[in-house]
Design a protein around this ligand. Sequence first.
Ligand SMILES: [Cu+2]
Length: 330
Amino acid sequence: MDSLKELLAMKLPVLSEWGWMSNPASGYANDFNSVFYFLMWTGLGLFLLVVVPMVWFVIKYRRKHESQKALSQNDHNIKIEVIWTFLPIAYLAVCFIWGFLGYLNVSTMPMGAKNLRVIGQKWNWTVQYPDEDISVSGQGAVIGVPQGENIQLTMSSQDVIHSFFLPNFRIKQDVLPGRYTTLWFNASEVGEFPVFCAEYCGDSHSNMLAKVKVMPKDEYNAWVDGIKNANNKLSPKELGAKLYQSKACVTCHSIDGSARIGPSFKGVYGTTSELASGAKVKVDDNFIRDHVLTPTKTPIKGYPPVMPSFQGQLSESDINGLIEFIKSLK
Ligand SMILES: [Cu+2]
């Protein structure tokens, strides 16, 4: 959880000159800013152009006493009407075409991009790297990416709707159950950038944090090797302790006996638990395994049945590790 605290303390890197927009850090983030500032400043200028003379005319040409009458009335002026119709059309066309080109760029996946798979789940992100055969997950997960490469994210959700939001990259996309959505970016700046869930998804939504770490290519390769080695060297119990954090069991299960959303893991191994059906079960290897893969089959009495299934997310050795870890918490 230290990484989470660190993340919560992490400030969004903001532009120093204005102090209101986060630093642009992707290939098209600057295009976004240009369109935004264009719309804002021209919008402000046009607003003043209309409102200032309007207020001034109202004051200057108001009727000063009751008998005052207009000396002449103009009702048509073709020239002025043509101007005030076509100038705004030209302006709106510029706004539309500029914005639409940017939209096309973001929503068209580039050819040959490096593919990462993102899974949203209450309440953390898992990112799988098919090329490198690694994955990162958990609250505060560090998602390493190489600088200056096109990266495509193929995203889906394990449970409810989440939304993957990277403010510095100016991208955000809903992550849906039962359907893939995609995003792409090209990280131009080396550094660490926060990832938020931008779709309210339950209790710990605000803790659903991670960060993208952009590294030069060689540093990125070393980072990948580091993750591979770390996983090979762990004992089953150590692996279990790591998965307890990275698979976010920690959000719902404590290891010190205190109550969270689910029962504490402390001393649970070898005891008897009562199911919602009233049946009694012994918490042994097989029960833990089944409960992690299909939790809804054997819900424990007195708790909301909110535990997600980890089917397909844990290897055989991962499950062994988790069992050994729970067993060790006497
Ligand atoms: Cu979420």
